[in-house]
Design a protein around this ligand. Structure first.
Ligand SMILES: [Ca+2]
Ligand SMILES: [Ca+2]
Ligand SMILES: [Ca+2]
Length: 501
């Protein structure tokens, strides 16, 4: 016979084991409230995060643990409403290892548009996952001298997004523009990362990093000018490594702030203007020497746009407007080595800002698709319909180009070819191997529009009669194309899309 005390001890062990099977914190309310001091019988996302961060129960949310917690979110839109700058107001602060798991990116949405803050803030040292959910509506207003970072997500830890979306977040929006600011740059309209960032089966779409307005002001006898703030990384800005796998980065914008003019119509000797801000990396901007690695992904329709220059005068004197800001890297701008494998880069642009009226010079544009200063490695990648300078601009570093379609102009790729490439329509990409094709007309390339052709991301189909069909070098043929369709070992097509035989 087991003594009563021992039986209770056994029961306790069984209960502990059962609890150990499921330490998931289940969110059961779409409201944004924190009733940790006055329980109301619900477990909201904010309460769940307090429970995960503090490892203590909050209302009906079970206590988190010292190890990684899982917070499950129901379908529905959670609109953040608790404003403030603390760990349990405003943006959602992830202070310990945690996974936020929704019911799908199309149905579980966390929206910060009502709090005027970003959505998610991952602290240094934290490993976090955002899975099957959408993060949207985050925004940060700048101010004089304010560099703002991460409209949707700020990550100082190690963050993986899986089947997740970061959509329609923005930086430097709606701020007062009197006099303008100093160094009021914007970094990472969608995601800013100083740690490690991975996108898997995810999308970063429609985010904006807008530089704040420049300054031009005269106080007493002294005048000051500052150019418009820089927009860096419309979709993603990173100073750490970034991997993008089976994902889409599209429709993001990095925009330089407008230049300013002071004393319009006042004493002409005091009239000053500043130039538009520069823009770098409409899609992704990486500043570190850590790698940017992109595989089976599509980077489309992103834009880097320089800011407009400050206005000049036509009366009482004629004064040319200030220069528009320069723009580079419509899709990708990297100081780190860039790897693109089985990927499509299309429809991106870099456009210099308009000069201030009258007759201010426009800003320059370079790297409409890609600007890299530490080399690129392109394999089975298709670049087309990008605009701005040489669409592929490589400043330094060792580069390789294998079995790719470059419907682009290039600089800095001399000697990079590993063969099996197609350039259309010109011959600027250094494709000099015997099995490279250059000066291929657009008509002969027969490259389709970006479309859903199967697989996790959109692609540009070619036809069996395309110049790229069968043009790949056999030794460099990858096992599948961007969609996951097998490539014949006996010979493959150039670019990201393999025509089925
Ligand atoms: Ca509650
Ligand atoms: Ca915890
Ligand atoms: Ca917060």
């Amino acid at each position: 016979m087991i003594a009563r005390g021992a039986r209770f001890a056994l029961l306790g062990l069984v209960l502990a084991a059962a609890a150990g099977c499921d330490t998931t914190i289940h969110v059961d309310s779409l409201l944004d409230e924190n009733s940790s001091s006055a329980a109301n019988g619900t477990c909201t996302l904010r309460e769940a995060l307090v429970a995960a961060n503090s490892n203590a129960a909050v209302d009906t949310c079970i206590a988190g643990q010292a190890g990684a917690d899982v917070i499950s979110l129901p379908a529905g839109t959670i609109a953040l409403t608790l404003t403030g700058a603390t760990d349990d107001t405003g943006d959602l602060d992830l202070l310990q290892d945690v996974s936020l798991v929704g019911a799908g990116a199309d149905v579980t949405i966390v929206d910060a548009s009502a709090v005027g803050d970003r959505v998610i803030d991952v602290a240094a040292g934290v490993t976090a996952q955002l899975t099957d959910l959408t993060v949207r509506g985050g925004s940060l207003v700048g101010g004089v001298g304010a560099l703002v970072r991460g409209g949707g997500v700020l990550n100082a830890g190690s963050l993986t997004l899986t089947r997740a979306a970061v959509r329609d977040n923005a930086l430097h929006t709606g701020e007062p523009t009197l006099y303008g600011g100093i160094d009021n740059h914007s970094e990472g309209g969608g995601v800013w990362s100083s740690g490690t960032l991975a996108l898997v089966d995810s999308e970063v779409t429609g985010n904006v990093a807008q530089g704040g307005p420049g300054g031009a002001t005269c106080l007493s006898l002294s005048c000051y000018t500052f150019p418009g703030g820089q927009g860096r990384g419309g979709g993603v800005f990173a100073s750490g490594p970034v991997t993008i796998t089976r994902s889409t980065v599209s429709g993001n914008t990095a925009r330089g702030g407008a230049g300013r003019a002071a004393n319009p119509g006042g004493f002409p000797g005091y009239y000053l203007q500043s130039g538009g801000g520069t823009a770098v990396g409409g899609g992704v901007r990486v500043t570190s020497t850590a790698a940017l690695a992109i595989e089976r992904s599509t980077v489309a329709d992103n834009a880097a746009v320089g800011g407009i220059g400050g206005a000049g005068l036509t009366s009482p004197i004629y004064l040319v407007g200030a220069a528009g800001g320069a723009a580079s890297a419509g899709a990708l701008g990297a100081d780190s080595p860039v790897t693109l494998v089985n990927s499509t880069v299309t429809g991106n642009s870099a456009a210099g800002g308009a000069g201030g009226a009258p007759d201010g010079p426009s800003g320059g544009a370079s790297g409409g698709a890609l600007a890299a200063s530490a080399g690129v490695a392109l394999a089975h990648t298709t670049l087309s319909s990008n605009a701005g300078g040489a669409e592929v601009a490589v400043g330094a570093g060792t580069s390789t180009v294998a079995n790719s379609v470059l419907a682009a102009s290039c600089s800095g790729l001399a000697g990079a070819s590993l063969g099996g490439n197609v350039e259309s329509p010109g011959d600027t990409c250094g494709l000099t191997e015997s099995d490279d094709l250059a000066n291929v007309s657009g008509a002969a390339l027969e490259l389709g529009a970006l479309a859903s052709n199967g697989g996790p991301t959109q692609t540009q189909a070619i036809t069996a009669t395309s110049a790229a069909a069968g043009a790949g070098r056999v030794a460099s043929c990858l096992p599948t194309d961007q969609r996951g369709v097998a490539r014949p070992a006996s010979g493959c097509d150039s670019g990201a899309f393999e025509v089925s035989e």
